[in-house]
Every structure is written in C-alpha cells, then in structure tokens.
Design a protein around this ligand. Structure first.
Ligand SMILES: Cc1ncc(COP(=O)(O)O)c(C=O)c1O
Length: 300
C-alpha cells in the first residue's frame, strides 16, 4: 500500500521512511496537537470545508495558532493524496504545537508542525456492515467538559483508547462511552444514533461529545428524507431498548450495531432505517465522487 506523508518542514509529500519528527515535538511529548480524519471519494475531498473549520475550532480551543491557510492545507492534502495514486484515500491532517523544551508551558513552543498522512482507504469488510457490530457500554467515562473539552479533536485520545481496551477485553468490537452524568455520549471514534418506534435520535452536543461531521450529514440526509433526527439526552437503558442502533464516522460512514452488552439490538439484524440512511449516505458519496457536491466537498 502506498502511504505518503506531507510535512510542513519539508514542504512536500514524503515516503513514510523519510517522514520523521523530533522527540521534542509537543505532539509526541504531550499529545499537544489537533487533528482531523477524513476521506476522499473518487479523488474529491468529502466535507473538507467542515473538517478544516473543526480543525481550526479545536486549535482555538487549546490556544494553538494554525498559521497555515485553509487553501494551503487543502492544496498540500490534494498533493499528498495524488502522490499515493489512490482516488479513495484515508487522510489524516495533524497540527502539533511544534518543538519545545521539556516544559508544559506552551509559550516555549516553536513553530506549529503540519503533517498530512494519506493512504488507500480500506473500508471494513462488507460482511461486517451486513451483520453489524457488537458494542459494550464501558465504565470509562468521557472526561468532564471542564477538564478537556470533548468537542475538541485533540491529539490526546487516551480516554477513547481506554474505552476501546475495555470493550475489546469484553469481546465487543467497539465501545459506547457515557458522560460523567451517565448519559450516552459517543463511541470511541464515532457518534451514536438510535431508532425507537420509527423515531431517530442522537445524543445532544450538550452531553459532551465530538460534533461529528458524519453525524451532521446523516441528520441532514435523514431530515431531507422525512425522518428528522431528535437530539436528546439518551440514558443507557433507552439505548439498550432501541429497535436499531448505528454509529457514524468519516471513514466508516454509518455502521449498524446489532449487539449491545451481549444482547441483540431489536431483532438482532440491521434495521430498515439504518439501511435507508446507509443507502442515502452511499448515494451522497457517489455524488461527491462525480464532483457534484462542490459546496461541502470544499477545496477539492
Ligand atoms: C470521539 C469521536 N467521536 C465522533 C467521531 C466521528 O466524527 P466524524 O464523523 O467527524 O468522523 C470521531 C471521529 O474520529 C471521534 O473520534
């Protein structure tokens, strides 16, 4: 698989072996960085505009000045994707606070470092979308908004890593995390939706979760299809009693959950609204790959 890595220090896409960072980079030392994960479809970015604005929002939230323009980041991302030779790429855009002495104080940081990793997009096996995932509601809670705001996508992902470790140690494939108040928040790297009696709902942003770009897209696609999504406080027992559950993320898209805490969700099969929204999302991606979505696909 061809992987290319752009680094602002080099100013061009590199082979992985050439793409090295200093051990004094604050991203390495402290997770002092922000990032985005997105994909391309048929050579076009999917929702680049929204990803770049979330990157800036995350950076502003930790006081990191990104001195690269959106156009420069999009152009470097395009070059890096093209260098892989793939029309459907997995893309990660990372900005770290740069080098510093071994001190927490960010006033000692140097220039921010931009790193873009692009590689062939490998989706989960179609059979997994057909059977759905098994998840576990884990004990590891989202940390308080007053500690590290979970609406910021920072390089500090240990909270989700701990959640995923607990889920996989208990024979589940993914984790559902609760807020400190015990409300359903999100997956380790995904947002969660449920369907009950034909009504789709998703935890509200006030719960303390990442404002997912696929979450927003699915809400828009569902509303346009006559199924408005309610943003609500969802308690674990309500989720366990759902007729359908699905997760969303930029790389996996919507994917059904058919087992929760070892029990079947609804009748244990992928439900009709999950299928409908997955179809609408697939159609949306086909439009992007034909270059028919210039507004949301951004500077592609
Ligand atoms: C914690 C968390 N929630 C939700 C998501 C889904 O967000 P998006 O749809 O923007 O990929 C992610 C994606 O990585 C995530 O890390």
């Amino acid at each position: 698989m061809t992987i290319k890595v752009y680094m602002s220090t080099a100013g061009r896409p590199l082979d992985p072996g050439e793409a090295t960072i200093s051990v004094f980079d604050r991203g390495f030392l402290y997770g002092d960085s922000v990032y985005e994960t997105l994909r391309t479809a048929g050579g076009h970015f999917v929702e680049m505009g929204r990803h770049l604005s979330r990157l800036r929002r995350s950076a502003a939230g930790i006081g990191l000045d990104i001195d690269f323009s959106d156009e420069a980041i999009a152009a470097a991302t395009r070059d890096t994707c093209e260098a892989t030779g793939n029309r459907d790429c997995y893309v990660r855009i990372i900005v770290t606070r740069g080098l510093s002495e071994l001190t927490l104080d960010p006033r000692h940081a140097g220039e921010p470092l931009l790193v873009i990793i692009a590689k062939e997009l490998k989706l989960l096996a179609p059979a997994l979308y057909e059977r759905g995932l098994s998840v576990r509601i884990v004990d590891v809670r989202k940390i308080s908004r007053r500690s590290l705001d979970p609406t910021l996508k920072t390089g500090n992902y240990l909270n989700s890593i701990q959640a995923l470790r607990q889920a996989t140690a208990n024979e589940a494939e993914d984790a559902i995390m609760l807020s400190m108040d015990g409300a359903v928040a999100e997956g380790a790297t995904s947002n969660v939706f449920m369907v009950k009696d034909g009504q789709i709902s998703t935890p509200s942003l006030q719960t303390g979760l990442l404002s997912g770009i696929t979450r927003a897209l699915i809400c828009e696609l569902a509303a346009a299809d006559g199924h408005p999504v309610t943003e609500a406080t969802i308690w674990p027992d309500e989720l366990r009693a759902a007729d359908e559950i699905f997760l969303t993320s930029s790389v996996r898209g919507p994917i059904a959950v058919t087992t929760i805490d070892g029990a079947a969700v609804g009748d244990g099969a992928v439900g009709p609204l999950t299928r409908r929204l997955s179809d609408l999302y697939r159609t949306y991606l086909e439009r992007v790959s034909r270059g028919e979505d210039p507004v949301n696909s951004g500077a592609s």
